[in-house]
Design a protein around this ligand. Structure first.
Ligand code: ACO
Length: 344
């Protein structure tokens, strides 16, 4: 049986930080409110107007290729999960393909908001499991600052910009994506959306005046659904794979709100020491949160570790994945560091 194993991780983070103190000067908010209600202290923002989502996605891809020691020509397919594509078309995946020189790859974008990376992982895995492809690049990237209204305190404190990438390759020894659950409930679409710019509300002076090109969220309502959704699928994937809290090495949750993550961990019966948590430093980077966590914790991961990935986002979309980690992260990190030292 062929499974899709994650064999490398890459990332990109803009250098500029937007702290809670900065936001206190922009809207009526406080560091204390943001920290206690969300867990966020600062986020990264790509202020450069000439650099968009494809730039961050390509940087994350380059980081991954360097760490895995492979050439871009070896990539068979590129899936970019994003709700902030550079433009409606061509797909961000096409721009990334050209930017990194992956001349043998095809690709497409996948839109599932904060569940985008999970859905892209599951989709990419099918190409590996079927034997069609040997190397699939799955990228989660969002330049959320371009659809954030920095006069709206209910949303502008939440989001940041970033990209994360993983490489999927075939494995026949039982490592990789073991199981996944994907869910959608479109009936609640208007609680979290961006109404302007599409074929329903094409851009006009009116859509701009009504701020319809910014993300809109009914936070309190989304919170209720998110807590239930993320906890339910995480518990379900553990149950149907016979996993107890002791068997799980890490929960890798979408980073939207510390309180949602905390509720999910409690439902799974695991302590916060087993939860990858970097919301404090990056905020909600939408499709990038989960691969960014994998990058940040890569050195701690060992072959055979059981990971549960979980997310909830606009759509509504939500899901969970059970991944058996395929490599010892400390060896890769050392190699990558050595390479950087060598080239310096
Ligand atoms: N600073 C100070 N006060 C604020 C701020 C702020 N930044 N934002 C809101 N408030 C106020 C509100 O106006 C409200 O005041 P009121 O009671 O006088 O009306 C009060 O704080 C409470 O507001 P709530 O919206 O009830 O606050 P809540 O505790 O729900 O926290 C939050 C808001 C953080 C947005 C939370 O609801 C949340 O995390 N929701 C889920 C987010 C999520 O998971 N989204 C899905 C992924 S995102 C995606 O897919 C793109």
């Amino acid at each position: 049986m062929i499974r899709a194993a994650i064999t490398a991780v890459g990332h990109f983070l803009p250098e500029d930080r937007l702290t809670n103190a900065d936001l206190e000067k922009m809207v009526d908010t406080s560091d204390e409110w943001i920290r206690t209600r969300t867990g966020i202290r600062e986020r990264r923002i790509l202020w450069d107007k000439d650099k968009a989502t494809s730039y961050m996605a390509a940087e994350a891809a380059r980081d991954l290729l360097r760490k895995r020691g492979i050439e871009p020509e070896e990539i068979d397919a590129i899936i970019v999960a994003t709700v902030t594509p550079d433009m409606f078309f061509p797909a961000t995946a096409c721009l990334v393909q050209a930017a990194i020189g992956a001349k043998n790859a095809w690709g497409f974008d996948l839109s599932a908001a904060c569940s985008g990376f999970l859905f892209a992982l599951s989709t990419g895995a099918r190409f590996i499991e079927s034997g069609k492809h040997e190397k699939v690049l799955v990228i989660g990237a969002d330049k959320m600052s371009t659809i954030t209204d920095y006069t709206d305190r209910t949303t502008c404190v939440l989001f940041g910009d970033a990209a994360g990438a993983v490489l999927l390759e075939p494995d026949t020894e039982g490592y990789g994506l073991i199981d996944s659950i994907e869910r959608v409930d479109g009936s609640q679409w208007d609680l979290l959306c961006m109404k302007g710019g599409g074929s329903l509300n094409p851009p006009t002076h009116e859509t701009v005046d009504k701020k319809m090109h910014f993300l809109h969220q009914e936070g309190r309502h989304v919170f209720r659904y998110a807590v239930a959704g993320m906890a339910d699928v995480s518990a379900e994937i553990m149950e149907r794979n016979g996993l107890t809290g002791d068997d799980v090495r890490f929960l890798v949750p979408h980073q939207a709100n510390l309180r949602i993550i905390d509720a999910t961990a409690r439902r799974m019966g695991i302590g916060m020491d087993k939860v990858m948590l970097n919301i404090e430093r990056y905020g909600n980077t939408t499709a990038a949160t989960i691969p960014l966590c994998l990058h940040d914790w890569e050195q701690d991961l060992r072959r055979g570790d059981n990971l549960v990935l979980a997310a909830f986002g606009g759509g509504f979309t939500w899901g969970a994945a059970y991944v058996k980690w395929a490599y010892d992260g400390d060896t890769v990190a050392r190699t990558a560091t050595a390479e950087v030292a060598e080239s310096a």
